[in-house]
Design a protein around this ligand. Structure first.
Ligand SMILES: Cc1cc2nc3c(=O)[nH]c(=O)nc-3n(C[C@H](O)[C@H](O)[C@H](O)COP(=O)(O)OP(=O)(O)OC[C@H]3O[C@@H](n4cnc5c(N)ncnc54)[C@H](O)[C@@H]3O)c2cc1C
Length: 488
């Protein structure tokens, strides 16, 4: 449900203060905005911004505080000298009702024209193989019918056959907790070879198959099927991906959170990390890194649990929630975006994109949405592979990526020009591209981790139940706002 009509019969308790707040702030030298509001929202990603918008629409005075110097969180558009690339979320699913609604309300355009993927060259253990030759290649160390599965469909293909449910909410049901074991352990119990497990690991959007709960993968798979990914023989990315129609935000993904933030009555307080939250009586006190203290009746914590782990709560949070925060796992992602200067695939006659088990993992050569010309490349590393890149500076990373690509494929030497890149694992306020459950964690705390703790309510994609990606952020922001509205 999306509330768009005010439902409160009485005025916000601090609404009247707003008018005088700028004067008071100026007199006291406050950094920005009033120090007392109805609700403080921590985090200016989609979850926090959606919660703030809904609470404001009901007449509450809401202050969003954001640790970094920009709004949008994991929606981040990189721009460099006329070049634009999405470094975070980009695809708006056909069923993303809340995201699409927010775009319409804020007059942010959507287009179905996005860059298209191209076919892959497989490179395993330093040897290149065409997809058509994979099943019979000596490089393919998998066994039995696994040999027929291209490495980039392997994980999906294997897990698909064992998917125990179709409904998106079934993952949390008690009968499915038996799958809350490591995905690698599940694969071994089904007789999957170690070679197949190693290859399937490359495509995981999680740390590693050893460290991710199979239930976490099944949950995402059930949701992806609703969105149209029903053919396990197609990769979920690249030229062959099949899905319900996806859209992209015109001008860049960050246009949506920027518009949502601009529509709020109180400007988002940027560069204001929350470091402590104290609850006493009917008040919540929020301590910011610069020493400012905000007082409110409620708080929405819409920061990722990876970042919440550094916030002090008084009184402490309930055990299950504290466990969920301390044990929060995020999949790292490191990306490098290049402009393609030379059609290297014409020189060697091989497919333009590369799927490999080398350190760069995947290199997507993309067709321009308008011209159809292959003119850009994203090198995309996920999970533990991405973390291994993170201790080097960007210039060194780019040098190593280019060298590795040219070593594997000599025609690529001098063919790429680096434009922008990003490491989500290195962002201290996010820590990865998405939350996943380690084995046993669904059982331990998935039901409890999103429950309100006194006047503190929680939101963010890590609390997703039915949705995923951007839509789950919107969904959980909405849920937190409704919880608060029900209390007042
Ligand atoms: C590489 C990548 C690709 C993706 N692709 C897609 C896609 O194609 N489609 C899709 O639907 N989704 C995609 N996603 C996922 C989607 O972007 C996220 O699910 C969604 O944006 C998360 O929103 P959120 O509000 O929950 O969290 P975030 O966007 O992470 O927002 C949380 C905010 O909290 C702030 N914060 C943290 N700590 C504090 C603190 N102490 N004080 C104040 N503020 C704090 C952070 O700085 C951040 O701005 C992708 C994500 C990534 C990274």
């Amino acid at each position: 449900m999306t509330l768009r009509q005010p439902i409160l019969s009485r005025r916000s308790v601090v609404g009247g203060m707003l008018a005088v707040a700028p004067l008071l702030a100026a007199a006291r030298g406050w950094a920005a905005g009033p120090q007392t509001v109805d609700v403080v929202v921590v985090g200016a990603g989609l979850a926090g911004l959606n919660a703030a918008a809904m609470l404001e629409e009901q007449g509450l005075v809401v202050q969003v505080v954001e640790a970094s110097d920009r709004v949008g969180g994991r929606l981040r558009t990189g721009r460099a000298e006329g070049y634009q690339a999405e470094l975070g979320g980009s695809e708006v699913g056909g069923l993303y009702g809340r995201v699409r609604d927010a775009c319409a309300r804020h007059k942010v355009g959507l287009t179905t024209k996005g860059a298209k993927g191209t076919d892959f060259l497989i490179n395993v253990d330093g040897t290149s193989v065409l997809p058509a030759d994979w099943a019979k290649s000596p490089v393919n160390q998998t066994r039995g019918k696994e040999r027929d599965f291209l490495p980039y469909i392997l994980q999906n293909r294997l897990m698909h056959d064992w998917l125990p449910f179709k409904q998106t909410n079934a993952w949390i049901q008690p009968e499915n907790l038996q799958y809350d074991i490591s995905a690698a352990a599940l694969m071994r119990s089904k007789g999957v070879s170690e070679a197949a497990i190693r290859l399937a690991d490359m495509d995981l959007n999680g740390a590693s198959l050893e460290g991710v709960s199979a239930l976490s993968i099944f949950r995402d798979m059930a949701r992806a099927q609703v969105e149209g990914f029903t053919d396990p023989n197609k990769p979920q990315y690249g030229g062959a991906s099949l899905a319900s129609e996806r859209s992209y935000i015109v001008g860049g993904s960050d246009m949506l959170p920027r518009a949502m933030a601009a529509a709020l009555k109180l400007p988002v307080r940027l560069s204001s990390p929350v470091i402590a939250i104290d609850q006493a009586g009917d008040q919540v006190k929020t301590l910011l890194g610069n020493g400012d203290v905000l007082t409110s009746r409620f708080l929405v914590m819409a920061a990722p649990f990876s970042a919440v782990s550094r916030i002090r709560f008084t009184p402490g949070l309930p055990d299950a929630q504290a466990d969920a925060i301390a044990g929060a796992r995020y999949s790292a992602t490191t990306q490098f975006h290049f402009k393609i200067k030379k059609p290297y695939w014409e020189k060697d006659g091989l497919p333009p994109s590369i799927w490999s088990n080398a350190s760069f993992e995947r290199a997507f050569a993309l067709k321009h949405p308008e011209t159809g010309e292959i003119d850009s490349m994203i090198v995309w590393v996920n999970g533990d592979g991405a973390t291994r890149w993170d201790d080097r500076d960007t210039a060194k990373q780019v040098e190593l990526v280019l060298a590795e690509l040219a070593r594997i494929r000599p025609s690529m030497a001098g063919a790429l020009e680096y434009k922008v890149g990003y490491s989500w694992g290195r962002n201290p306020f996010v820590g990865g591209n998405k939350h996943f459950y380690a084995p046993g964690q669904v059982t331990r705390f998935a039901m409890e981790m999103g429950k309100p703790a006194g006047r503190v309510h929680f939101a963010g994609e890590h609390l997703r139940r039915l949705e995923h990606g951007m839509e789950s952020a919107m969904e959980t922001g909405e849920a937190a706002a409704l919880e608060i509205l029900e209390k007042i």
